[in-house]
Design a protein around this ligand. Structure first.
Ligand code: SF4
Length: 157
């Protein structure tokens, strides 16, 4: 019996909380036979990514940080498919907005969705999305189930 190759998946975390990261880690045990997951949480300014089938991005893009914008562009070049995971990556994030009548911190005012910097193929909504949503996404993706994947598709605005 021919074994299917595992998908090479990169998870990069930008500006957000840990909620999305925890959700991905909780999803992973049921995905480990299908995907190899590399995680990049701590960056030292030198982004040298390999080639990936899927890049999962959590957190919004801080537009004040040229290094982050360059890193996003490199990820777009290296990954066949880019997925915005969670509201911060998909919408710019709850951290952009005032909560409880408070002003957001000044350094939180300029977060944007990652598709304002690079083209994004799919978006998995939620704050955070559940682990089951990510498991479903990969199930549909690996099966090439286009009708179900349409739920996650990012259309040009
Ligand atoms: Fe945290 Fe919600 Fe943003 Fe995910 S979407 S990083 S859980 S604030």
């Amino acid at each position: 019996m021919m074994l299917m190759e595992k998908l090479k998946v990169l998870h990069v975390d930008f500006a957000g909380c840990e909620g999305c990261n925890v959700s991905i880690i909780r999803a992973y045990p049921k995905l480990m036979n299908e995907i190899d997951l590399d995680i990049s949480y701590l960056r030292d300014g030198s982004c040298q990514y390999g080639e990936y089938d899927v890049a999962l991005i959590t957190g919004g893009a801080c537009m004040n940080e040229p290094r982050i914008l360059e890193e996003l562009k490199e990820i777009r070049e290296k990954a066949r498919v880019v997925v915005a995971f969670g509201s911060c990556a998909s919408l710019g994030g709850i951290l952009r907005f005032a909560r409880g009548g408070q002003e957001p911190r000044p350094d939180h005012r300029n977060f944007q969705p990652i598709n304002s910097v690079i083209p994004v193929d799919y978006s998995i909504p939620g704050c955070p999305p559940t682990p089951q949503m990510l498991q479903s996404f990969f199930k549909f993706f690996m099966a090439g189930n286009e009708s179900r994947l349409r739920l996650f598709k990012v259309t040009a605005g």
